[in-house]
Design a protein around this ligand. Structure first.
Ligand code: NI
Length: 395
């Protein structure tokens, strides 16, 4: 049984709520100045300047703009890592509020501005509570949106000395202050492919003298959609999306080539491994039946988040103690990707979703050009992360 300190939980939440103006100011500042993957220089400088003022030991840069700030305990023990991602998306913001993006074509449409602000808040709450045993590491990572930041941080040694990891994502589709856990699997794996169907061009009036890559592509797309619906256990979710398609240049000529790109998402790591072979078998069969050829380039990008049972239980109990049982939700895993998964491959970890939706804001999904959050969620995020870190060191 995990013993949690109820009195301390209340105090942390109250202190976090007093940080509301500061958390809002940070989030709005990052929101107004979004930076894309591996370019988070300004954000990173603001973060490190603040962390230095808390007298934390800062190491980095890792992966261009990432850093780790360490709060050392009085005595040695394990180290828990808390992670925030800092990057924005190449999306033109369509919000009109006073702190809308100043950077053309870039916006914080996934709430990483809020993640960064909340982890700064957690560091502030924890800095005046030096742990008795063990340490707390604050990881600020770049480039989550391109699924490369976490891996680059790990490759650069940012996880050295860290024993466990925790992180969260904000979501306006979930009510303000609710925290959702999805169980063992936190999100889907995210892989990408490009597929070219190679035919033989010619006059549109004489298809018999050509191999029509557009017609073959139609068959290929239909068959690939049946892969998910007819060949895979329905209890194992899989999404195969063809996201772009380009072929042909003239309305009276048969296109020699059609190029497609897309993504494959699965929850089951074993199924994930079989997807390139399954796709190849279908594409090969259909193209050969029509005398065409193909080129399939398949890239494994980020794995599924696999939550550790003990860390999940600890996080759930932390939420219950901090906010009360009614604030915790059980959700389904999303097939959206999240590169926190790379940490879960290395260390016992937990990842959960913080609700930031209310009638005070338009509730758009993440990556929508008008995505925003109810900023009253920020203190909840800071408090949960801070309480979870303290509980992890004591249990
Ligand atoms: Ni995100």
């Amino acid at each position: 049984m995990i013993a949690l300190n109820a009195q301390r939980s209340k105090q942390l939440l109250q202190e976090a709520q007093l940080l509301q103006p500061q958390l809002t100011a940070w989030r709005r500042d990052f929101h107004q100045h979004p930076e894309l993957a591996f370019e988070e220089q300004r954000t990173s400088e603001k973060v490190s300047c603040f962390l230095k003022s808390l007298n934390l030991e800062i190491s980095g840069p890792f992966a261009e703009t990432g850093m780790v700030a360490l709060l050392k305990g009085k005595k040695p023990g394990k180290t828990i890592g808390l992670r925030a991602d800092m990057d924005a998306l190449p999306i033109q913001e369509q919000n009109t509020f006073c702190f809308k993006s100043e950077n053309d074509g870039k916006s914080h449409a996934c709430g990483h501005d809020a993640h960064t602000a909340m982890l700064m808040g957690a560091a502030q709450l924890l800095a005046k509570r030096q742990p008795e045993h063990g340490n707390i590491a604050f990881l600020f990572q770049p480039a989550e949106e391109v699924s490369k930041g976490a891996k680059a941080m790990i490759d650069a040694g940012a996880l050295n000395g860290i024993d466990e990891m925790a992180g969260l994502h904000i979501n306006a589709g979930i009510d303000l202050g609710k925290i959702a856990f999805s169980g063992k699997i936190g999100c889907g794996s995210t892989d990408f492919f490009s597929l070219t169907i190679i035919g033989k061009g010619g006059h549109a009036a004489h298809p018999d003298l050509t191999v029509d890559s557009v017609a073959v592509t139609g068959q290929v797309i239909t068959a690939l959609q049946q892969l998910a619906s007819r060949q895979i256990d329905p209890a194992d979710p899989v999404v195969l999306t063809i996201a772009t398609i380009h072929g042909g240049t003239a309305n009276n000529a048969i296109a020699p080539l059609v190029k497609m790109t897309g993504t494959v998402r699965t929850l089951n790591p074993e199924l994930r491994k079989t997807m390139p072979e399954r796709m190849t078998s279908i594409v090969k069969g259909i193209t050969s039946a029509f005398g065409a050829d193909y080129d399939l380039d398949y890239t494994f990008s980020s794995p599924s988040i696999i939550n550790d049972d003990r860390m999940t239980l600890l996080a759930q109990q932390t939420v219950d103690a901090l906010l009360g049982k009614g604030h915790r939700l059980q959700s389904k895993p999303s097939l959206g990707g999240e590169d926190f998964s790379f940490y879960t491959e290395q260390l016992p970890s937990v990842f959960f979703v913080l609700g930031a939706g209310s009638d005070a804001i338009p509730r758009h999904p993440n990556h929508h050009p008008q995505f925003t959050v109810d900023e009253r969620a920020l203190p909840y995020g800071s408090a949960v992360l801070a309480a979870l870190a303290m509980n992890a060191l004591e249990n």
